[in-house]
Write a protein that binds this ligand. Structure first.
Ligand code: HEC
Ligand SMILES: [Cu+2]
Length: 320
């Protein structure tokens, strides 16, 4: 796995990991260099003007004013040319990142909710479509088309090392593409303030070899395994009664559409849009202390008896 998920995973100014973000990174460098150069030139001219010795009451000669005007023409001309060159460079960059050079390997539809991400893998064959949440797997080295929409307020999708950001606006579908040059985990984040838990609305993009990506897709398409042990069956019953209004687990009666699909919950590295690592302890902690961990989250906290905790844990642990 690449180190993208480690130190400063959102640092896009010094790192790019794909062709959709490389041209904009270079654009940022060039703009910064020009801005610093302009600042330095102005500072030098200002210092020159401040420290220049004045000759007091020099007799005015005809023609001196015109010499001053000449410098104004030169300055305006140079800055106009520089700004024009930057504008052209920016348009070329925009054109470069607008479309991938290869045909996209697949299309993914991401829907933003307060404060998590629904991820749908499209397919011409409806039986091969599947839904997951907060973790987007892609094949390495291939462009992936991302369709972006919102279920509530305006959000913005941004995986800074892979592509620029795009807004997700209710009633509208925006599009972008991204591509990862190396296998690894790439952090993403909502970057349009969307309410209380905006900061805890992260996601991960996992770039995999074609074989691993295919295996992941095949596993995601499967329904949950039937309950084999009594504990699992009890947990499943509790889940259908208490959680199914919001959550889906394919292969059970739980068909809620407005919360993360939990069919393959344990295939995900993180819980609740990047808030906690996905461990058995954290899953129970999340369910019992939601409102303390992520105040305002659209899920109520549950007071579980020890028996319910054991049953629910057993059921959740089967969701691989
Ligand atoms: C009122 C709707 C609702 C109910 C009822 C509900 N949840 Fe949730 N659940 C949500 C929402 C919304 C989220 C996403 C919260 C966020 O990340 O901001 C969530 C997140 C989760 C997650 C994290 C999923 C992930 O991929 O990160 C788990 C696990 C979970 N719920 C389990 C349960 C269990 C178990 C129950 C029943 C005891 C339950 N939920 C009941 C709405 C609900
Ligand atoms: Cu947000």
């Amino acid at each position: 796995m690449a180190m993208a998920a480690e130190a400063a995973p959102l640092n896009y100014f010094l790192h790019s990991d794909g062709p959709a973000s490389l041209p904009t990174m270079h654009l940022g460098w060039v703009f910064t260099a020009v801005v610093v150069a302009v600042l330095a030139i102005i500072a030098l001219l200002l210092a020159g003007a401040l420290f220049r010795k004045r000759t007091l009451a020099a007799p005015r000669t005809v023609g001196r004013e015109n010499e001053g005007m000449r410098w104004i023409y030169i300055g305006t001309g140079l800055s106009t040319a520089a700004l024009f060159a930057l504008a052209v460079y920016m348009l070329i960059t925009l054109d470069k990142v607008a479309q991938p050079t290869q045909t996209p390997a697949l299309a993914v539809t991401v829907t933003a909710y307060d404060w998590w991400w629904k991820v749908e893998y499209d397919d011409d064959d409806p039986s091969r479509r599947f839904v997951t949440a907060n973790e987007i797997h892609i094949p390495v080295g291939r462009p992936v088309r991302v369709r972006l929409q919102s279920a509530d307020v305006i959000h913005a999708f941004w995986a800074p090392r892979l592509a620029g950001k795009t807004q997700m606006i209710p009633g509208l579908q925006n599009r972008q593409w991204l591509q990862a040059d190396a296998e690894g985990i790439y952090r993403g984040q909502c970057v349009q303030f969307c309410g209380l838990q905006h900061a805890h609305m992260g996601f991960e993009i996992v770039a995999q070899s074609p074989v691993a990506f295919q295996a992941w897709q095949d596993a995601q398409r499967k329904a949950a395994a039937p309950a084999s042990e009594p504990d699992v069956a009890a947990g499943r019953k509790f889940f259908i009664e208490q959680c199914a209004g919001c959550h889906s687990v394919r292969g059970t009666e739980a068909g809620g559409k407005h919360a993360p699909d939990l069919t393959h919950l344990n295939s995900r590295r993180m819980l609740a849009a990047g808030l906690l690592t996905n461990t058995a302890e954290h899953r129970i902690e999340w369910i019992t202390r939601v409102q303390a961990l992520k105040p305002g989250a659209r899920m109520p906290a549950f007071a579980l008896t020890p028996g319910e905790t054991a049953a629910l844990s057993a059921f959740l642990s089967t969701l691989d």
